[in-house]
Structures are given as C-alpha cells and as structure tokens.
Design a protein around this ligand. Structure first.
Ligand code: G6P
Length: 476
C-alpha cells in the first residue's frame, strides 16, 4: 500500500451513510437520550470487533443529533457530520429522496413528473456539497490503505471525490435500492447522469442487492459512460438475521403485544381465531400500500366467504414526512382503510387493523401471528419484511410477493408471485394464500425461511469487506 498523500487518520475500516447507527433526542429536562438502530451494516461492524479500527461517518439528522455534536457527546466509532440544515434538507429531501429515489424506483408518473429547473440545479449544488463534506471527513479519518464502504443513493458522488483526495484507499459503494434501467435513468439531465455514474465509478467495487440492479447499472455505464473502467461489481443479497429475530420475537414485550393484537383481530363466527394478512412497511410510495388495500377489498368482493373470517393487519410507519407527496400518500392510506372499515365492517369485525406508530415489538408480534404476508412493492431493492416474516411466523406463513422486489430473485419459487399493479390478480393471490393447506404452507414457509437467511447481515458485510480488501490495490 502506498502512503496517503496528505494528512490521514487512524481508521482502517470506514462506513459512510446518511443515517447512522445512533440518534439522539433532547429530553424536556435538557438531557440527551440516545437510541441505537439495527440493520445489516450495524451487525457487520459488530462482527469485525471493537479493535478493528472501524469508524462510521453519518449525518446529524435530528435536533438531538445536532445538539449532541455541539456538546461533543458521541459514541466511539461514530462521527456525526453537522452539515448546515438547509444544505442537508436540499440534498436529502430535495435530491436524494425526491429525485434519485424516484428515478431508481421508477416512481414518476403524470402528473408527478420531474422538472429539472434552476431550483433543481440549486439543490443539486447542495447535494454536491453534502457529498463533499462526507468525502473530506472520510479522507481526514482514513488510515493509509483503509477500506471505505459508502452506502446508498445519498452518497453517489463520494467514491469519485474520495478517490481524488485519497488515491491510496480501497473504496466500495453499496446500493440498497434498485438501479434504474437506461431508458428511465436518461430522464436525468445528461451532465447530472454522467456525474452520478462517474461518482460511482470512482469506487473500486460496487455492490448491489440483486443481479437485476447490477445489470441495470452496467447497462447505464455502457450507454452513458465508457463502461465500467476498472470498477468491479458484486451482488450481495442481504438476508434476514435468523438468530436475532428468533430471540427478539420471543421476549415478553412481543408476547404482550400478541395478546393485544389477538384481541383486536378477534374470532370468526365459528369461534376460531380470524386469519391474518399482515404487512409492515414504511409509508412509502414504492411499497404500494394503497393497491394492497384495494386488493384486499377486491378479495372481500370476489370471495365474500372471507368476510368476518379474515383481518388485514397493516402497519404503515411514518417516513419522510417533510415531503408533501409522502404526507398525501399517508393520508390516502388512512382514508382508504377507514373507508373499507366503514363499508365492510360489522359490530364484531374490523376488516383492516391499521397502525401508524412505529413499534418494532408490535411488528414482530404481527409477524408471529401472520397467516399471509403481503409484500407487493412496485419496485424494491430487496424488501427484508418478505424475508423476516417466514422466519418469525409461529405457524409458517404464505408469502404473496411482488415480482418487482429484489427478494423475489431468492424467494420466488415458494412465494405466490404478483404483478404489483394488478389489483384483481393480487386479490386472487390473497385468496390462494389463505387457502393453502396448513402442511403445505408450513413446508413452503420453512423453505422460504431457509432461503431468506442464507446470507445473514454480518456475513453480507464481511463478504463485501473481504472482496474489497482482496481486490488488486490501486497501486498494483
Ligand atoms: C431505504 C434506504 C435507506 C434509508 C431507509 C429509510 O431503505 O435504502 O438508505 O435509510 O430507506 O429511509 P430514511 O429516509 O428514513 O433514511
């Protein structure tokens, strides 16, 4: 490994992402309270151990986070960047979540179409500044030859910027989203599209969740850049964490919530517990929650024999509420659930049990009670819910799964596949899922769980790290 050109830090493995592993909240008495998040990268970093010299660079997102930075409060191994709030808002809300997220998930449709005007250019400058802040922090903290793992669409420019600042580093980037095919990606202004690809291609190695997204990226590079250059591509299909889920879902807070949920769900006229169709999502346009509700309504119309005997348990947790289109979507989900309940409900039966307050223990309780899991996104990088429910469900669940979810590449064989736009077809799939014989359902669920846990989060992370470290170095 050649020496770094300028000043360098001591970190040997660095992760960069918008959302970090910890967040802070200011309590009424002025004290700071911290909360740790989960996910694949968290498991991966704990797997490499505390002495590996790991550093996670992330954004301060909440007022509490910014206060923590100001007070110099923090955790070992985490560096929060206090990016000016307006720059962050433009980069995160204005570009990452309302342009890049929409492009990769192909969410634009009339009348919601991109307008790449002067205001967009102004926000893009913030996106660049935001990416530069990460690149500079990483350059300052990384030891010579260190491995840097940059995460997601918020930070597509970082690999290229960092390569210029620190040619000695091993740079990886991982996309947790789909990648748009060339015909859709070309919607971006040409210079911006080029900048995104060049930024990504600054990495030694790019990771994607499925072959399909990797192929789309390669196709974009073939069309709009000079191919991949020296950058290599890897596919790493993040799996569910079986050990963690099984242990966590048997704790007392989960069993308490199962009791409460069973009460809400109630019993069919013959006294047996009602069947459940469970979904758990961020209230996110790509998750297709509204068409899920429409499909459920279609099921009740086409198969009235299920009325009073089934409940749709839908947990739709708040997400990206700074964006009007997300607020509107949240309202539409709520409105449709209310409408269904008032049109179909009876004194003893609430057809849709909708909860919107994020509660992980209650999500696990719903997983355990699930007869059917409904995962019908329009487009999704992977979708871990599809992988988690079969692992956790007590009786084994039937999985109704969109062919547009990355998880479909691994789970398609034992799931009931749907076209997410086809409401009638999804209703048919729900009926089929509710009608599978218990033994067959249990067997298929077991196979789903096995496929879902093939690549646990720690291994997923280590595979990427090792592949990056083993790749011929920049000076080779
Ligand atoms: C997706 C992205 C993540 C993001 C998450 C939650 O899974 O790939 O990078 O953190 O959504 O979205 P949020 O905007 O709340 O961070």
């Amino acid at each position: 490994t050649q020496d770094a050109p300028g000043a360098h830090g001591a970190a040997k493995v660095l992760v960069a992402s918008n959302r970090g592993p910890v967040s802070y909240e200011v309590r009424d008495d002025g004290s700071l309270h911290s909360r740790r998040g989960g996910g694949g990268v968290v498991s991966g970093l704990s797997a490499i151990g505390p002495d590996a010299g790991a550093l996670w660079v992330c954004s301060a997102l909440s007022d509490g986070d910014r206060e923590a930075v100001r007070r110099g409060v923090g955790e070992d191994g985490v560096l929060m960047l206090d990016i000016p709030a307006d720059v962050h808002a433009d980069a995160y809300n204005g570009i990452a979540n309302s342009v890049l997220w929409f492009v990769h998930h192909m969410l634009y449709q009339t009348p919601l179409e991109p307008v790449f005007d002067a205001e967009f250019r102004r926000r893009w400058a913030s996106y660049e500044a935001y990416n530069r802040a990460f690149a500079e922090a990483l350059a300052g903290q990384a030891a010579p030859g260190a491995a840097v793992l940059v995460q997601d669409y918020h930070l597509t420019l970082v690999p290229g910027m960092l390569r210029e600042l620190r040619p000695d580093l091993r740079i990886g980037h991982f996309s947790h989203t789909p990648w748009a095919p060339p015909e859709y990606f070309r919607m971006l202004p040409d210079d911006i599209a080029e900048q995104v690809l060049r930024g990504m291609l600054g990495a030694d190695r790019l990771g994607f969740l499925t072959r399909r997204w990797a192929d789309a990226f390669e196709a974009c590079c073939a069309r709009f850049a000079d191919g991949l250059g020296g950058t290599r591509i890897g596919v790493h299909g993040l799996g569910a964490d079986a050990d963690f889920l099984r242990e966590r879902s048997h704790r007392a807070d989960v069993t308490e919530r199962m009791t409460a949920l069973r009460d809400e769900i109630g019993s069919a006229p013959d006294g047996t517990p009602r069947r459940t169709i469970v979904r758990v999502d961020r209230t996110e346009l790509s998750k297709n929650i509204v068409r899920g509700l429409l499909s459920y309504r279609q099921l009740l119309d086409d198969h009235p024999e299920w009325r009073e005997r089934v409940v749709h348990v839908a947990f739709a947790y708040p997400s990206r509420q700074d964006l009007a289109v997300y607020r509107d979507y949240t309202a539409e989900v709520q409105r449709l659930a209310d409408e269904l309940n008032s049109q179909y409900g009876t004194p003893g039966w609430t057809p849709v049990v909708l909860h919107v307050k994020d509660d992980f223990a209650r999500s696990l309780a719903a997983y355990r009670l699930a007869d059917v899991a409904l995962v019908n996104p329009i487009r999704d990088g992977m979708n871990l819910v599809a992988k988690e429910v079969p692992v956790v469900s007590d009786e084994g669940c039937a999985l109704v799964l969109s062919r547009e979810a990355g998880a479909h590449e691994e789970l398609g064989e034992d799931a009931i596949t749907v076209n997410p736009y086809d409401v009638v077809g999804t209703a048919r799939a729900l009926h089929e899922a509710l009608s599978v014989r218990p033994e067959e359902r249990a067997e298929r669920s077991k196979r789903l769980a096995a496929a879902a846990t093939a690549l646990p989060p720690a291994q997923w992370f280590l595979d990427q790290l090792h592949a990056l470290e083993e790749q011929p170095g920049p000076s080779a």
